[in-house]
Ligand binder design. Structure first.
Ligand code: ADP
Length: 494
């Protein structure tokens, strides 16, 4: 492990919120601190918005939806989003430094946090431009004479977007840009730990695009009540959320009285079934790397490795070597693959779950604590637990840390049963030389997405989301755009 603690590149972001076209502080000017997880230092502040600010933002979004042409003027929306794409390209390096500053993710792996979402803005602009908003379904028999039925796809209205801290800029874009392109107006509530990825987006939209006042609003706040106020506000038509299942349940409950549409991307506890014919020396180092990049703070990470008993010891040795060799340290050092956890609270949660695994009989193979060489910053050792009881807490709860749990199995059926033994159903992975066998097993997993033999399921053109308590609805793909549209069937004379 390396122990640079340089903090080079730290950059403070925009302090102000964007409400009704105005970059502003909250009344009274309250601010809260932003901390760099790589060195635990306060690196700046951001507006600590209130429920009154949220009320203003929702009111502005409502007016912009009801009283302006935004929802009907497709050409203008395309123009604005292409402007946004160009503006984000200009701000790219600034955004990258802000993301590393507030998330602590290694600078070497910021492509998926910065380049990908910027590309996605262009994707959604083009997808929305080319989308068929009126679909003629032909002639239908009806009591009062035959009817031609046309489906009209129309924006849902005011969309509240609540985002988490693990990939904040990416998710701010993923939750709001397709919504905007579909003709909705938006209020974004970024996570407390990563507010600048949201406030910077607000600044760029206000200063560098023609997106009208009220169409896009950002309210930063250190209080969960502000997000709760957004979920409950009767003027909001839809909530799109990414975060923990517990918070997802609270949002669903708050949205229930006004029967809001919801799009939820929640927790995961994905399993990677390694079949007995798999090339372990190829797939397991990759599995270890995926567990450590982003410090394990990824909802789709395959955190449960299911190894065939016939190759169990061999697999554990390969995983152990790969986890122990991971470069952990200063996120500004391009040689690092794993940075810190986002906060001390999160690190303690990870360490607590590791302890609970050991207490329930798991064998600690490597890691398990804080790297000695990194006493400052919220770093955690890459950790491998073997002989994990599939029903134990560490095998059932999302860890959100650089931790792999290994579970042995004897038959393919048993592997499928263990993989499906979860309240979650976000993603999964199957690896084996016999691709057809692996594909058949992939189809038996009760999840929204599966990667077979390392071929990723994830991409802007393919639907992504969870089954069971991992979520509702899909992002990405054609389905992901339609989430932000209502379909209206119009019956009319043939
Ligand atoms: P974590 O617990 O790891 O911080 P969460 O899933 O709770 O992650 O948070 C994700 C987002 O949800 C953040 O923007 C947070 O402010 C917001 N949030 C937390 N609690 C609520 C709530 N009750 N209603 C609406 N939003 C909330």
């Amino acid at each position: 492990m390396t122990q640079t603690q340089s903090g080079t590149g730290i950059l403070a972001g925009e302090q102000r919120m964007l409400i009704d076209g105005e970059l502003r502080h909250t009344d009274g000017g309250a601010l809260f601190d932003v901390v760099h997880p790589g060195n635990e230092e306060v690196v700046g502040q951001v507006a600590d918005g209130t429920t009154a600010d949220m009320g203003r933002a929702v009111g502005a979004a409502r007016r912009a939806f009801d009283d302006t042409d935004w929802s009907r003027d497709l050409d203008f929306r395309y123009h604005c989003l292409m402007q946004l794409h160009a503006a984000l390209e200009r701000n790219k390096e600034r955004l990258r430094r802000i993301v590393v500053t507030e998330v602590g993710c290694p600078i070497s792996v910021t492509g998926s946090q910065i380049e990908d979402p910027i590309d996605e803005v262009r994707h959604w602009a083009e997808h929305g431009r080319d989308f068929e908003y009126l679909v003629d379904t032909g002639i239908h028999k009806a009591p009062m004479g035959t009817a031609r039925r046309t489906i009209s796809y129309e924006p849902v209205g005011v969309v509240g977007a609540i985002t988490p801290w693990n990939v904040p800029f990416y998710l701010n874009i993923a939750e709001t840009v397709p919504a905007l392109m579909a003709g909705n107006t938006v209020v974004l509530k970024p996570a407390q730990l990563t507010p600048w990825s949201g406030s910077e987006l607000g600044r760029i939209i206000a200063e560098e695009t023609d997106i009208p006042a009220g169409v896009f609003n950002v309210v930063t706040s250190n209080a969960n009540e502000v997000g709760a106020a957004l979920s409950a506000d009767p003027r909001v038509d839809m909530i799109t959320f990414t975060g923990s299942t517990a918070t997802g349940r609270a949002i669903l409950a708050a949205a229930a009285p006004t029967v809001k549409r919801t799009m939820m991307e929640l927790g995961g506890k994905s399993a990677h079934i390694v079949l007995d014919d798999a090339k372990l020396e190829k797939c397991l180092p990759m599995a270890a790397m995926v567990a450590c990049v982003m410090s394990g703070q990824a909802c789709i990470m395959a955190s449960r490795i299911l190894l065939p008993r016939s190759r169990y010891d061999e697999g554990i040795e390969i995983l152990k070597a790969a986890m122990a060799a991971t470069a952990v340290g200063d996120p500004w050092d391009p040689a690092m693959l794993q940075g810190p956890q986002i906060s001390e609270t999160q690190r303690q949660k990870v360490l607590g779950l590791i302890r609970s695994g050991i207490d329930s009989g798991a064998r600690l193979i490597t890691g398990g604590g804080v790297p000695e060489a990194l006493p400052v910053g919220y770093y955690t050792q890459p950790t491998l637990l073997a002989d994990v009881d599939p029903d134990s807490q560490v095998a059932q709860e999302e860890i959100f840390g650089p931790v792999l749990t290994v579970i042995p199995y004897d038959t393919d059926d048993q592997a499928v049963a263990i993989a499906n033994n979860s309240i979650y159903g976000l993603s999964g992975e199957v690896t084996g030389v016999d691709t057809e066998r692996a594909f058949c097993i992939a189809r038996r997993l009760r999840t929204g997405n599966v990667t077979v033999n390392g071929r990723s399921h994830f991409g802007i053109t393919s639907p992504f989301g969870g089954t069971k308590q991992s979520g509702l609805g899909r992002r990405n793909g054609a389905e992901g755009f339609k989430e932000y549209l209502e379909s209206k069937t119009i019956g009319h004379p043939a």
